[in-house]
Design a protein around this ligand. Sequence first.
Ligand SMILES: [Fe+2]
Ligand SMILES: [Fe+2]
Length: 359
Amino acid sequence: MVTNDTTLENIHSGLNISTEKALEETVLSPRFYTTDFEAMDKIKIDSVRTEWDKLMKEFEVDSNIDHFQRPSNMMQDYSNLEPSLYKEFTDFLISSITSEFSGCVLYAEIKKKVKNTEMKKLFGYMARDESRHAGFINQWLKDFNIGVDLGFLVKAKKYTFFQPKFIFYATYLSEKIGYARYISIFRQVEKKPELRFHPIFLWFERWCNDEFRHGEAFALLMRSDPKLLKGVNLWWIRFFQLAVFATMFVRDHQRPIMHKAMDMNPTDYDLQVFKITTEISKQVFPVLLDVENPKFINLLTTLNKTSIKIDNTKKTGFVNKYFFGSLLKIKVLIIFLRLFFMRPVKNPLPENMRVKPTW
Ligand SMILES: [Fe+2]
Ligand SMILES: [Fe+2]
């Protein structure tokens, strides 16, 4: 992970647009993470042993081993989409491949660095799955001549350090939200096949079961260590739920044309994803966000509108950019805090820690 800035700068000039996009470091763009491997060595899963062994068997079966293959009749040119749809769709694919690859890099790194055999095994399975997911999206991007240079990304993208518990909260949520997003899109194009403007959506059903299973592993890891689910950590759990949901809401609203093409209203779609994710999260989080409260979506809508205004000030003159831009950023913070302090829903943890992907 040690990089030489001058070399990277030279290489940067030769990068394609999608690799540049995947490298972006904004508040909303997917990140790469690293963690404390020695702390991960100390994890003991004895208290959830029965469930753990069952889950490891599921990983071992590798039910998606043959799934990420493209039949020869799908090697056609799908790039002749309407230009604004093409732009939003490729943006969606690039953001998805960055998230998939971020998981792959983190899981592979954990597998390599830990000595704990249970962790080595789990993270090996999950790195296997994520590398398939990222590789599969890249095949479609390469059809458009905009494949992401994943090898370069590993070296050049910045890494954010998180303690294992924060990795668990954040990654659990991104796996489960990934499941909820993919399955909601799949169900929509299953119902209305005429809206399926690209074949990749056909893969989403079996694909999202991988994400679901990854989430199950993090649920067991958290439930094996009860202190992660009480005291001050309850505030962290609320924070991560909100951060993940708010980021998704703002990003999805940046792709109105793609949602329209699938006859989905981004606000309704996001609310559905929040509800599914929150329902699943009952397996592990003792506090949940009140996503069904209309105030929650109203505040997110205001947050999104304010974030659009901030983007607009960036295109204007100095005074607008810095003066009004700063005021708007304060407004975003206030809305975020109002969301954060909304009364949460208390959730007594169920005895059965596992959930089935039935959506
Ligand atoms: Fe994945
Ligand atoms: Fe995953």
